[in-house]
Structure formats: structure tokens, C-alpha cells
Design a protein around this ligand. Structure first.
Ligand SMILES: [Zn+2]
Length: 363
């Protein structure tokens, strides 16, 4: 069962991250390439201009006054849109700081939670360390290498992980960090993994039973290059680090949206994904062109997942692909979340159709 014809129920769970943003200046691209976050209230025609123009529309909220959008833009894009009459306002926190300023302050102070992929004690180290300390439970697989040579790592969590064939037991996949800047997603996923390990070690009966006959797979960082780049260079970077124009440098012209590169409905239209290099939804030169996508497909070739979830951040949305039946899912009590007032799987917040955003849907 491959993502391209997945009949499994795939769900994207979008987390709301109010936690700070960060960046460091070292190796930063030219100032005009730097990203900043804006908001604007637009009418339907302007919204279409934004989406068709390949701008990074991070969220859309319908209000009586029009669509309230959040945008991540370079300075050049900001000027272009202002020239077209879009009234852009910088996102500022309670202390009047823009997202970029806030990120710089936070990075200078040092992180208490966030860790990059590469740094000693970072997420890559942690995955190896967990596998080393839990050989009876955890198996680490390297499924590929990114454009910059980073490992694409998946972890299998099940009792006797290394003695049982992959995919031998009913399997579920927890994936995160398709989008580089969505730092809360690997953090949630990492804690989930650790929670299972801790509960198993504490002899929790339910967890023991679960891990005896179920495989839980974790891909904490689907986009390791992009994720690392958000620590080293540009906090608001979203895509991977394909050098689209082959000029040997990473600029705002580069990167493929890993969430638009799967073969299911690839290039379905120019709204759900883009053919433009600088677009934040650039789908790549071909379906499955990206090493991260290939690695994920490799995993789907080896394991027939019953269910998969892809964690993102930025909107309180629970999105299903066209393959899943949200109403049926909603009838299962253990899936009746997230626990938010007014939320109801199958309700207005669920987008049951996939428009070229296959396994991993939209944002
Ligand atoms: Zn995302």
C-alpha cells in the first residue's frame, strides 16, 4: 500500500503553536530574501490572487469582513503585494515585536525545548540514543538521505522490534516535520514516542498489551534539511532544500514543498500546489522527485499501515484525505478529538477531499 493509492485512513492533525519562533543570523541570506510574517483581510478575488501567485498563505480564516490571512513573505513580495493594494500588517506580539525579531531574541537567549537535527544532543542524536537504550522495543531504520546528505530516519516501536519482520503486526505511522518551521510537530511526536517507552518500562498494562501486537512507527523529522535550516539560517523556512535553479546557493527561489510532492494527484491544479520555484507550495519537478518523499514511499512499500497521521502546525484543523471517511472515524470514541469546543470530525472543519495534497494534506 503506497501513498499514491493509499486506502488507509490518513489524517493530518494540525497543532496550534503559540510557542516562540526563532532564527539565527549566521549564514543568513540577503536581507531582501528574509522572511517575515504578515496579516491582511482580503476579498475573494484578492485571496485567489494570493493563492495563484504562489504566495505563502499560512492560514485563512473566514470573517464577516472577509478572509483574514496570515502570510509569510520576503520583502520583495511584501512590496509587490502592497503595490497591488493589499493592506499588509506585520504580525506583532504583545511587546510589539515582529516574528523575526521575536525569533532572534529567543535564539539569542537559548532554547529550553527546541533542538536542531544536527547539534550534539539534537533530534538525530536522541533517536539513536533511544534505539541504543531500548533494543528490545525500538528499531532504527535509515530509509534514505536528503539533498544535503542527512539521514531520513524511521523508528519502529513494538515488543521485540528487532526480531520481528517489519510490517508483521498491524501498524500505525506518526509522522511530523513535513514543514521545516513547524517545530511543535516533532516535539509532540517525540514526546509521544517517549511516553510509550516510559509507560512500557513502568509496566503499564495497556501499553504492554498494545506494543505486544501492534507496531507504532515514528518519523520525527520528515524534512531534516529544512528543519536544520530553520535553526541555522531562516526561522520561517517551510520547504526542503532542493536547489531548484542549480545556482549552488539556497535562496527564496529554492526548495520543494514536501507536502505537495507525493504522486497522488500530483499537479492536480495550480491552486493546491504550484509550479513556481519560489512558491511555498512548489510541488517539485516530478512526482516523488524528492529524497524525503522517496524514503517515505519506501517505508509504505515495506509496511502496510492501517492508519497514519501527519502532524503540522498553524490551524486548529483536523484534515482527512478523500480515502478516509471522517464520519465513520467520528463514530469511534477514541478518535473523537481533538478536544476542542465545537469540534466534530466530519463537521465543517474537516476537509474530506484531497486536491493534490495526497497522504499529507494541505498546510
Ligand atoms: Zn505543515
Amino acid at each position: 500500500m503506497r501513498p499514491r493509492r493509499a486506502s488507509l485512513a490518513v489524517v493530518l492533525f494540525v497543532l496550534i503553536s503559540t510557542v516562540g519562533l526563532s532564527t539565527v543570523a549566521s549564514g543568513a541570506p540577503g536581507d531582501t530574501d528574509r522572511l517575515e510574517m504578515y496579516r491582511a483581510t482580503v476579498d475573494a478575488a484578492e485571496l485567489q490572487t494570493l493563492e495563484r501567485g504562489g504566495y505563502d498563505v499560512a492560514s485563512v480564516q473566514e470573517t464577516p469582513a472577509g478572509a483574514e490571512v496570515a502570510l509569510v513573505l520576503t520583502d520583495a513580495e511584501r512590496e509587490r503585494l502592497r503595490g497591488q493594494g493589499v493592506r499588509l500588517e506585520e504580525f506583532r506580539d504583545g511587546q510589539g515585536r515582529t516574528q523575526r525579531q521575536r525569533a532572534e531574541v529567543q535564539a539569542d537567549a537559548g532554547f529550553t525545548v527546541w533542538r536542531s537535527f544536527n547539534e550534539p544532543g539534537g533530534l538525530r542524536d536522541e533517536m539513536y540514543e533511544l534505539a541504543r537504550r531500548n533494543p528490545q522495543l525500538l528499531k532504527l531504520k535509515v530509509l534514505g538521505r536528503t539533498h544535503q546528505g542527512r539521514e531520513y530516519i524511521a523508528l519502529k516501536l513494538t515488543q521485540g522490534a528487532r526480531g520481528v519482520r517489519d510490517g508483521a503486526r498491524p501498524a500505525v505511522l506518526y509522522a511530523s516535520t513535513y514543514h521545516a518551521r513547524e517545530w511543535i510537530s516533532p516535539e509532540v511526536n517525540r514526546r509521544l514516542l517517549r511516553w510509550y517507552i516510559d509507560r512500557w518500562r513502568a509496566n503499564d498494562k495497556a501499553v504492554r498489551r498494545l506494543l505486544k501486537d501492534t507496531e507504532l512507527w515514528f518519523v520525527l523529522v520528515h524534512n531534516p534539511d529544512g528543519y536544520q535550516y530553520t535553526f541555522d539560517v531562516e526561522r520561517l523556512w517551510r520547504k526542503n532544500l532542493r536547489d531548484n535553479d542549480g545556482d549552488g546557493a539556497i535562496t527564496s527561489n529554492d526548495g520543494v514543498d514536501p507536502n505537495r510532492n507525493h504522486s497522488e494527484h500530483w499537479r492536480y491544479d495550480d491552486e493546491g500546489s504550484s509550479s513556481l520555484f519560489p512558491s511555498e507550495t512548489y510541488r517539485g519537478p516530478a512526482p516523488e522527485s524528492e529524497p524525503e518523499t522517496k524514503a517515505m514511499v519506501r517505508l509504505f512499500d515495506q509496511v502496510r499501515f492501517r492508519f497514519a497521521i501527519s502532524y503540522h502546525s498553524f490551524g486548529p484543523l483536523l484534515l482527512y484525505t478523500g480515502m478516509a471517511d471522517p464520519h465513520a472515524l467520528g463514530r469511534r470514541p477514541h478518535l473523537r478529538g481533538p478536544h476542542r469546543e465545537g469540534h466534530r470530525p466530519g463537521g465543517a472543519r474537516v476537509q474530506p477531499r484531497s486536491r493534490g495534497r495526497p497522504v499529507h494534506h494541505q498546510r
